[in-house]
Design a binder for this molecule. Structure first.
Ligand code: SF4
Length: 265
């Protein structure tokens, strides 16, 4: 059963990909053949996804069959309990306000646009997850405890700590209007409950990820170029932590943005 930091990293990496999460959920009803899994989640890279889940001790592979391991079953049960605990918290949430727009900086991906950093108070902490269904293109990321929303070009991220970032903003007026709408939507949900919006699929292109990578083609991730790394990130064949240059302070914002985009992969 995973316990040491390396094993926990394998589990986090395995569960960071949407296809692998779908496979895990598909297995909750019982053992499945690899063919059934392929029909349900898609056959592309299926062997690779199964291998990563097996390496993380989440599943067991037999002769053409796949089952959840005992650890995998307990892992999903714990996750479900944590998630339902979070939903219960919305009733405790207080109305929020945007207390401060702290910074307006040029966007990394397009210097003619701005990246806004603001503050929302009181912080919503774990209750953010409950708000995900409010936004057609909203995704909650457990990894960074943040709710990420895409509308047109603008990506807004609310962190559990209260920090809010917005990218591809034209000017301060647009930022204030978008933040005001966000506050109204959240406060209405706190007052009246969450009315789920129809879900919309968000597709992230490799070029979008590439824009935020260091673009030095240094090879430290084991790939020949940053663009190849972006393609493999999309297909779930690699993970963001393999690009170690991103840990350098000068890439802190790039790393933050890539973590946000990863929620849509
Ligand atoms: S380690 Fe990062 S910077 Fe280096 S090639 Fe890979 S993606 Fe590019």
């Amino acid at each position: 059963m995973p316990g040491n930091p390396n094993e926990i990293k394998l589990v986090n990496n395995a569960m960071s990909n949407a296809t692998r999460r779908k496979i895990m959920n598909f297995l909750t009803d019982g053992d499945r053949s690899t063919e059934e899994i392929g029909d349900s989640v898609g056959k592309s890279m299926l062997d690779f996804h199964l291998k990563l889940l097996q390496q993380a001790s989440l599943i067991e592979l037999g002769e053409g069959t796949v089952r959840l391991s005992e650890y995998g079953r307990n892992f999903l049960k714990d996750k479900e309990e944590k998630d339902s605990g979070k939903s219960a918290d919305l009733s405790q949430a207080k109305p929020v306000d945007i207390v401060e727009v702290r910074q307006l900086l040029p966007c990394i991906a397009d210097s003619s646009k701005f990246r806004v950093i603001a503050n929302l108070a009181p912080p919503l902490g774990g209750t953010l997850k409950v708000l995900e269904p409010l936004f057609p293109r909203g995704r909650y990321s457990d990894r960074i405890n943040a709710l990420i929303m895409q509308k047109g070009e603008i990506i807004t991220t609310i962190y559990g700590t209260g920090k809010v970032t917005m990218t591809m903003i034209k000017n301060e007026g647009e930022a204030r209007e978008a933040l005001g709408n966000l506050r109204s939507t959240i406060n209405e949900a706190i007052a009246k409950g969450v009315a789920p919006a129809p879900r919309e699929k968000v597709r992230v292109e490799p070029m979008e990820l590439y824009k935020y990578l260091p673009q030095t083609n240094c090879g430290k991730c084991g790939e020949q170029s940053c663009y190849t790394f972006a393609i493999k990130l999309m297909s779930g064949e690699t993970s963001l932590d393999k690009c170690t240059p991103l840990n350098e302070p000068k890439y802190a914002t790039n790393q933050e943005h890539l973590q946000v985009l990863s929620a849509y992969i």
